[in-house]
Design a protein around this ligand. Sequence first.
Ligand code: NOJ
Length: 539
Amino acid sequence: MNQKKWWQDSVVYQIYPRSFQDSNGDGIGDIRGIIKRLDYLEELGIDAVWLSPVCRSPQDDNGYDISDYQDIDPMFGSLEDMEELIAEAKKRNIRIIMDLVLNHSSDEHRWFREARKDKNNPFHDYYVWRDGEEGVYPNDMKSLFGGPAWEWVPELKQYYFHQFSVKQPDLNWENPAVRREIYDMILWWMDKGVGGFRLDVIDQIAKDPERKITNNGPRLHEFIRELSRETFQKGDLITVGEAWGADIERAKLYSNPDGSEFSMVFQFEHMMLDQEPGKEKWDLSPLPFVKLKKCLAKWQQELHECGWNSLFWDNHDLPRIVSRWGNDREYRAESAKMLATILHGMEGTPYIYQGEELGMTNVRFDSIEEYQDIETLNMYQERMEKGYDRQDIMESIYAKGRDNARTPMQWDGSRNAGFTEGTPWIGVNSNYTEINAEQQLQDKDSVFRYYQKLIRLRKEQEIFVKGDFTLLLPEDESIFAYVREYQGQKLLVAANFTDQEVSFEISGQWKEAKTLIHNYKEEASGRKLRPYEAFIKLL
Ligand code: NOJ
């Protein structure tokens, strides 16, 4: 293995700023709120914070529609606040990772306002246009947020292309001037001392609407290599590309240890297994557990020594893992810890999404009016128009809606969970009186304390970073178990993924092994695993 990079034994914590901590009572989380909570993050033990976008934005997609890449949205604070955050985090050995949204800008970005003035405007070619006739779309491509991917601009008699909302026009990466603007902007942030970047839907930048190509366009890796060379390679950064369409071969390119692209990618194969091919995420279907194990095992083995994995269950686009694949009722703490054990036992860089370390759960708002997410609201309207049953739509939202992850962070049992003194922009999950950080910090057996221990283990034991991976009992329908090996040392990670007791014989040499972590107070029996029981042993 090449020289170890700093981010290989690091753990990243993702913050969704508008839901993390409000400091000024406007009901929206902000940068000063994050500064106030840095001690909490230091205590957890994480190394870097990935901030979902805080740049200036009309907030059509909660900041993933940027109107000025070099300024902070006043809702979140100021550039000075951002500089202070970087400095304060640094004092605690925490690096700040910015979210770069480079596939599209906001339609309120100066570039787009210029672009739509006139076909000869120098900014026109910063976006993707097609001549046409009103009502006759250039082709039948659809936006990922519903409706056509084309929007008509009458003054120009042209359509522009948008893979997301109409307020998120796609940038034209074929234009070298666009790429140069982007590089200069990134260098400017690097100068401010950021520790890395997360690159939003990076696999969609090299689109070719003529051939209906969105993901993995022909020039994708050429663009990324240029981007990396012109920017990231001038620093010692962590870079992570979001790539829904990445397969193993592409992931090896993206995370090539030669550093020519990114440090790693966020790919979603394991998170899509409870969605049937050809169906939408809203069409609910059970998790094929054996497939999940085999999928994760494949990524572990294939990238070992020739790439690098991001390890995650949660982010701001996904429902809460304890509700999704754990049990958010009688075994909430056990199953939250079990899921953490499986993930943190693997090779890669683990990501913790805010509140995951508390075992925060999905939310069930009674009415659609309480939901805020553009994707959810568009789907609701579309399905209502198509005649779906309202309750079925709500069940889909309860299971898969992005607002599940976006309810305010649960700090304590006081009003609004200590998130804001004003009215929160989205409702607080009503279970905050039982599930909150204050309570878990006082409890040595809490989910928080368990995550803290897992993070520490990764730093203490090199085998977590470097060991190879063998899946045990691949066909077993209840147990997720694997062995890692490195220089004569071995780790056994074993977990029961169900709410039933199952037999699991700890045999031979493993009987003597040291237990590094275990999610039940009473010793493991050696013959069975209780509901959601999990442990890691070292030999
Ligand atoms: C992926 C982001 O994670 C998501 O929140 C956003 O809506 C889309 N990209 C569009 O930027």
